[in-house]
Design a protein. Structure first.
Length: 189
């Protein structure tokens, strides 16, 4: 009788461990550059891929790879929304503080982000400049649009980032536009 109870206890322990580890399992998704959907004239803007690391339900690490080098963005979960954690610096590199910017949500919203930088020396720095964020959903699709702005909060139509994701924050498409360039990254099946 004791061996039977012992086997049941071990089975329950293994089952609980398996369920717990599946629930908190880390996940990696890769978005690949899609030549068919993209229109790119400025070849230096093409990134090889975007790798997304999901850590349980509490954070997302986004790595934008290009030629073996990557930039990373960290997003943390707060009240079922994801905020980008960003170190804010001036254009000469002086530390200002740490920003947390709402980036992924299931609630429609529009807001403006003011950067500590006064000018944009490189195209790649546009994502750190003043932006208007628009988060909206259509059916089961959620979209975050980050549109750069000029000095007086007027839209700068030259640079935009668009993320597409589902209700579980699985990002499956990313579009980066700069002037006449449109780089599209999609999840390959």
């Amino acid at each position: 009788m004791d061996k039977g109870i012992y086997k049941i206890e071990i089975f329950c322990f293994v089952l609980m461990f398996a369920l717990y580890s599946c629930k908190n399992h880390d996940k990696i998704v890769r978005l690949d550059f899609d030549t068919n959907l993209s229109t790119v004239y400025e070849k230096s803007l093409i990134r090889d891929s975007i790798v997304i690391h999901y850590y349980s339900n509490d954070s997302i690490l986004l790595l934008k790879y290009s030629n073996g080098v990557y930039k990373q963005s960290l997003y943390f979960n707060k009240n079922d929304d994801f905020f980008e954690k960003r170190i804010s610096v001036t254009e000469v590199g002086n530390f200002v503080g740490i920003d947390s910017i709402l980036t992924f949500s299931k609630n429609d919203t529009v807001f403006e982000y003011k950067s500590a930088r006064r000018f944009i020396p490189l195209i790649q720095d546009y994502s750190y400049a003043n932006c208007i964020y628009t988060i909206k959903h259509k059916g089961s699709e959620y979209i975050t649009i980050k549109q750069s702005t000029l000095q007086q909060s007027t839209l700068d139509t030259t640079y935009k980032e668009i993320f597409f994701y589902d209700k579980d924050y699985n990002i499956y498409k990313f579009i980066n536009t700069w002037k006449d360039n449109e780089c599209v990254y999609v999840k390959k099946k």
